[in-house]
Design a protein around this ligand. Structure first.
Ligand code: BG6
Ligand code: MG
Length: 222
């Protein structure tokens, strides 16, 4: 039996992954760097500064920036992002999420948010979901980034659930790697290629279903 479901936020609970993409796009444009949706897949689940490093690595001729310049670019990306998320409302919760949360609650399954974003609390507040999760991990307190399992293990610990009874839900490759490294059952939601290490591959949040999830979870435990 599943005891807890731990969700990524951006791209799983709501489509803020799109706003991260748009905000990085503005920085890339200013710097004259190539930036595609395909490349953006590599930034999903990746911390702000690590994302900037990957983006700058796209330059045809490498340029070294000082830590202050890096900090300034990362801050500006975040300012663009914070402007973009002002439009988030409770109507932006992705299809299937509220239904799944209600089912989980009805069955006594705990829930948490394991996001790399320092804006996670703001997004959850804009969605009106402050009361929907047993824990929202504070990304500012983490030492290691996904694919390190720290954020998922921190959530499981806060919920008082053994990782082997947890399900993690992600839209990012680094995120699924983190879930598996935490010893949890991994659900990958993406229109990209399936991930072989994921325990369940879905194209869309609307396909999330409690009984199906429980069946698949039980199946791999036997
Ligand atoms: C993750 C996103 O949830 O959070 C990444 O998938 C983002 O795109 C990361 O870079 C960090 O977010 P923030 O809000 O702290 O810059
Ligand atoms: Mg995500």
């Amino acid at each position: 039996q599943i005891q807890a479901v731990i969700f990524d936020l951006d791209g799983v609970i709501t489509d803020t992954a799109e706003y991260h993409y748009q905000a990085w796009g503005m920085i890339a444009k200013e710097l004259g760097l190539p930036f595609t949706r395909e490349f953006n897949e590599n930034l999903k689940g990746v911390s702000r500064i690590a994302s900037l490093e990957l983006l700058l690595g796209q330059a045809a001729t490498p340029h070294t920036y000082s830590p202050e310049e890096m900090e300034e670019m990362a801050t500006r990306k975040n300012e663009f992002y914070q402007q973009l998320i002002q439009q988030v409302t409770p109507a932006d919760v992705l299809p299937g999420i509220s239904e799944l949360l209600a089912e989980l609650k009805a069955h006594g399954v705990k829930t948490g948010i394991a996001s790399a974003s320092k804006n996670a609390f703001t997004v959850i507040r804009l969605l009106g979901m402050e009361k929907d999760f047993g824990v929202i991990v504070d990304a500012a307190k983490l030492a290691r980034n996904k694919p390190d399992p720290e954020v998922f293990l921190t959530a499981a610990d806060a919920l008082g659930v053994d990782p082997q009874f947890c399900v993690g839900v992600e839209d990012a490759v680094a995120g699924v790697e983190a879930i598996k490294a935490a010893g949890m059952f991994a659900v990958y939601i993406s229109l990209q290629e399936n991930m072989s290490i994921a325990d369940m591959n879905l194209n869309h949040t609307a396909e999330l279903n409690y009984s199906e999830l429980n069946q698949q979870f039980a199946a791999i435990k036997n």
